[in-house]
Design a protein around this ligand. Structure first.
Ligand SMILES: Cc1cc2nc3c(=O)[nH]c(=O)nc-3n(C[C@H](O)[C@H](O)[C@H](O)COP(=O)(O)OP(=O)(O)OC[C@H]3O[C@@H](n4cnc5c(N)ncnc54)[C@H](O)[C@@H]3O)c2cc1C
Length: 571
């Protein structure tokens, strides 16, 4: 088996991965970086972000306000040292991106335009119309091409982390085009593989968001942190789950029930005067309650409520939300200039992920993680919209620099060990490819996994449904071992890739359900019907979920508080 060597491997070509690669190349022009991505980098999920990226830009705003909004949004589960560093670096990163070519929208006077976003006290979200992710990713990708030392492995699927002598030594990666497995060796590895929302049946997440990096770390003995916190975005289109960006409410959109009422204003859902611009967890719960109270509308694809932009006028919608108009017309046949858009809560983002410290480092020497796949504890129990893109930049850069430092101080792994581990992984993959004898169908396991997660780990949760989800997922994990595949070919064997992804999603799903079960309180996105209140006395800690052949093991980690003590979260 061929072994390729680099100084640092980055798995993932989204915002976090590209930013990490550039940070390393800038810090040391002689460093050799491998950027491995299962899709061409421009197809990473970052490309689909619409709304914007947060950073303090206006004279009437302050770092303190951005930090406190984030702490409060996290329901006091965010680590305050991480949040402080984040707000301090945020604007610098967005300005850097501008210097590399990102076309931020402007005010009349030439200053950077900002829009309102949920849970933020002021207009702090930078945008490039409503295709922010596209412009950011394009800028990063093009900029990364200036560095010859960033070597790309496009359409290589990482299947395993290679660990020896207590440190990470590289990865095995399947060249999807040829079907060949390679060992890629390095002295540090950064996981930037994005989230895992695809484990759920109804999500805004692209097909590739299958939690691979979380599963890779988990299987290598690194715990996953705060996995019970899954963000439901209030405004997804029924059936497809396609996102209508929060910018639609930021620009003044209303949410109405079947009676045309703005229930976020008319009833007490805890969002106060913020109304439609309350945080996502609260608005998602309000919508579910309206529907349960019989004030939703019935459609072919389930019940929904309305997002009303009609009062904004065509000129405003065309200037600020042209993509929202395009999506609504194409996918639900509604022109938001004249009609209301049907929406309902949809799985959007994972606050949890690979447990890392403020440097992006895991407990496994040499292994780092950044972006949505990491849980650096910035988002705690609920992320504020538009913080995530900036997080990818701030902590992508920092983890890149730290991984480089680590790589400089450590030595190469032995070729024999790498080859041997590579051969073992090759045998596992060969056995899976075209394994016709197995009795289980991939589609059936996937559907049952998604259904178990939705029933057990939806917007509202309770003991019995969570227990049932844990049981069902453990059983599915057993059945996965008996998977039967049909395609034995090597070139672009997408069935094999889907099977590997399903294994990863099962790990993520088990971590979500098993982390949620013991948290007997309601905090941020984790809402228990049987424990409706937050309980700082007993549950102000991060959950750690570790792999064990007998089933997930749950542990705890303290929250880093700072200047803000937990207080009731009201808006
Ligand atoms: C529809 C939508 C809209 C959003 N809008 C906003 C917004 O307006 N503002 C905001 O702040 N956030 C938004 N978010 C969230 C934000 O976009 C994401 O959290 C962020 O872009 C994640 O970036 P990332 O670099 O961590 O991962 P991604 O962009 O998801 O990239 C992951 C990379 O990992 C690679 N990869 C994964 N697994 C493997 C593997 N096994 N082997 C090799 N490579 C692998 C993929 O190929 C890809 O390159 C939105 C999310 C969605 C879904």
């Amino acid at each position: 088996m061929e072994v390729r060597r680099h100084d640092v491997i980055i798995v993932g070509g989204g915002a976090a991965g590209l930013r990490a690669a550039v940070a390393i190349a800038d810090a040391d022009p002689s460093a050799d970086v491998a950027l491995v991505s299962k899709v061409y980098p421009m197809r990473s999920h970052t490309v689909s972000a619409e709304g914007g990226a947060a950073a303090v830009a206006r004279p009437d705003d302050s770092l303190e306000d951005h930090a406190f909004d984030t702490v409060k949004g996290s329901d006091f589960l965010g680590d305050q040292d991480v949040i402080q560093y984040f707000v301090e670096q945020a604007a610098r990163e967005l300005i850097l991106l501008e210097h590399w070519g990102c076309p931020w929208s402007r005010n009349e006077d030439g200053t950077v335009a900002t829009r309102a976003f949920g849970g933020m006290t002021t207009k702090r979200t930078w945008f490039a119309r409503d295709k922010v992710g596209f412009h950011m990713l394009h800028t990063l990708f093009q900029h990364s091409m200036r560095y010859a030392q960033i070597r790309r492995y496009d359409e290589y699927f990482v299947t395993k982390l290679l660990v020896d002598g207590g440190a990470v030594r590289g990865v095995t990666a399947l060249d999807v085009r040829s079907g060949e497995l390679f060992v890629i060796a390095a002295r540090a590895v950064i996981l930037c593989t994005g989230g895992g929302g695809r484990a759920f049946p109804f999500t805004t997440n692209g097909n590739i968001k299958t939690g691979d990096g979380m599963a890779l770390a988990y299987r290598a003995g690194v715990p996953l942190k705060d996995m019970e916190f899954v963000q439901y975005h209030p405004t997804g289109l029924p059936r497809t789950g396609i996102l209508i960006t929060e910018a639609a409410r930021g620009e003044g959109g209303y949410v109405r029930n079947a009676d045309g009422e703005r229930f976020l204003v008319e009833r007490d859902y805890g969002v106060g005067t913020k109304a439609e611009l309350g945080p996502r967890d609260m608005i998602s719960r309000a919508i579910v309650q309206e529907i349960e109270a019989g004030r939703g509308l019935k459609g072919t694809y389930g019940e929904y409520v309305h997002l009303d932009l009609t009062h904004l006028g065509e000129a405003h919608i065309e200037a600020k939300l042209p993509f929202v108009r395009e999506l609504a017309r194409t996918y639900v046949g509604v022109d938001p200039v004249h009609e209301m858009i049907p929406i309902r809560p949809v799985v959007h983002y994972m606050m949890g992920g690979v447990d890392v410290d403020i440097d992006g480092a895991t407990d496994l020497p040499g292994l780092y993680a950044a972006g949505e796949t990491a849980s650096i504890s910035m988002n705690g129990a609920n992320r504020l919209g538009s913080n995530s893109l900036t997080e990818c930049l701030v902590f992508g850069a920092r983890s890149g620099e730290k991984a480089l430092e680590f790589a400089r101080g450590s030595s190469d792994a032995s070729e024999d060990v790498l080859r041997q581990q590579g051969a073992e992984e090759g045998a596992r993959i060969d056995a899976l490819r075209g394994k016709r004898k197995g009795g289980e169908k991939m589609a059936v396991i996937r559907e049952q996994m998604a259904a178990a997660l939705e029933r057990g780990c939806g917007v509202y949760r309770e003991e019995s449904s969570l227990e049932e989800a844990c049981r069902a997922l453990a059983q599915l994990r057993g059945r996965y071992a008996d998977l039967g595949l049909e395609d034995a070919s090597r070139v672009f064997n997408t069935e094999l890739v889907a099977a590997l992804e399903l294994g990863n999603m099962l790990d993520v799903a088990e971590a979500v359900a098993n982390s949620a079960l013991p948290r007997k309180e309601s905090r941020g996105a984790h809402t228990r019907k049987d424990y409706p209140h937050r309980d700082d006395q007993n549950f102000l800690y991060h959950t750690l979920c570790s792999f064990d052949p007998g089933g997930p093991r749950i542990g705890k980690k303290p929250v880093t508080l700072g200047r803000w003590e937990p207080q009731e979260r009201k808006y």
